[in-house]
Design a protein around this ligand. Structure first.
Ligand code: ADP
Ligand code: MG
Length: 309
């Protein structure tokens, strides 16, 4: 399982445009192709925090001319657009290396609880970072809920229910068993709940892709769950003078640091929780690293590993 962060596709504020994101995705795709060449069977998942925020903002600006896009449809758009970036760049890599693997992006739906408490308590940052004044303005004019995000500026936050089941898990399994590299759970998947009449209904919310990825990794019994994000690992006292980066921590240590508040909710918190869940359930290895360090992190030379107790 290689889970690629939506934020990790944007290297800096001057490289937000789609061609730059596609270039960054292509670099990550090159490393994933190396893993495939080494014999790994890979499922790629990806986030969409900044990208889904851009789509919603376009929709708000265009409201007088075109109907608005519900949040879950905005996420399904990113399953297409980011899925396309990875499907194309992985295919390029596989062809160049004459690998037999075939990449395929899959629309993925995720079951959530209708009465998940997170609906009432939005925590998931989306869209670009803003200064506090702009954030407060959106808050009073558009009714956004806004928070300060890990020292990087202010961001809009939305409801983020926990995923309970990946509805396309068996399809993912079948595709992977046949040698396909599956790109699934884009933006955490499309949240749905079961209505009283038994039909699935879409929900306007964003599932954190780290939790959804852990469910896929557990369901498939993956040997490795690697989270590729904007930083090369997990730190204690992040963003303070006492900051220290960790090479390795056990599930018990990770649980303790999580309880002590070292990992921000909505960013590093979900990653550590997701890896704890996956490692504790499977005995596999969890890794946090950033795109340029991906191959070295798989080789155990950098990044942070979460291992069984
Ligand atoms: P992604 O798009 O990959 O999910 P997020 O922004 O959600 O990225 O989460 C990764 C970010 O979490 C890092 O870039 C960093 O700014 C922030 N962060 C918060 N706490 C920590 C921590 N303890 N160690 C490392 N990074 C942290
Ligand atoms: Mg995230």
């Amino acid at each position: 399982m290689v889970a690629v962060g939506g934020n990790s596709l944007i290297t800096d504020a001057d490289h937000i445009a789609i061609p730059f994101q596609a270039e960054t995705a292509a670099v990550t795709a090159g490393y994933i192709a190396t893993m495939v060449a080494e014999g790994w069977r890979v499922v790629v998942t990806h986030g969409n925090g900044p990208q889904v925020g851009f789509i919603l903002r376009r929709s708000e600006i265009g409201i007088h001319e075109v109907p608005p896009i519900p949040m879950n449809y905005a996420t399904s758009n990113t399953q297409g657009s980011i899925g396309y970036m990875f499907q194309r760049s992985l295919l390029n890599e596989f062809r160049r290396r004459r690998l037999d693997a075939r990449p395929v992006a899959l629309i993925t739906q995720v079951l959530v609880d209708r009465d998940d408490p997170d609906f009432a308590r939005p925590t998931k940052p989306i869209g670009p970072h803003m200064d506090e004044r702009t954030a407060r303005k959106h808050s009073s004019e558009q009714g956004w809920k806004v928070v300060e995000d890990s020292g990087r500026g202010w961001r809009r936050v939305v409801a983020s229910p926990k995923p309970r089941e990946i509805l396309e898990l068996e399809v993912i399994r079948q595709l992977v068993e046949r040698g396909n590299v599956v790109i699934a759970c884009g933006g955490g998947g499309l949240p749905v709940f079961v209505q009283d009449d038994g039909n699935l209904k879409g929900v306007e919310a964003v599932v954190d892709k780290d939790y959804a990825s852990a469910l896929v990794a557990r369901g498939l019994g993956a040997d490795l769950m690697l989270i590729s994000t904007a930083v090369d690992g997990i730190a204690l006292d992040f963003n303070t003078p006492q900051e220290r980066w960790l090479d390795r921590l056990t599930v018990a240590e990770a649980r303790r640091h999580l309880a002590d508040g070292h990992f921000a909710p909505g960013s590093m918190g979900p990653k550590v929780e997701a890896l704890i869940e996956y490692v504790a359930a499977t005995g596999g290895t969890g890794i946090v690293t950033n795109p340029p360090n991906l191959p070295r992190a798989v080789a155990g030379e950098t990044g942070t590993r979460i291992v069984p107790d």
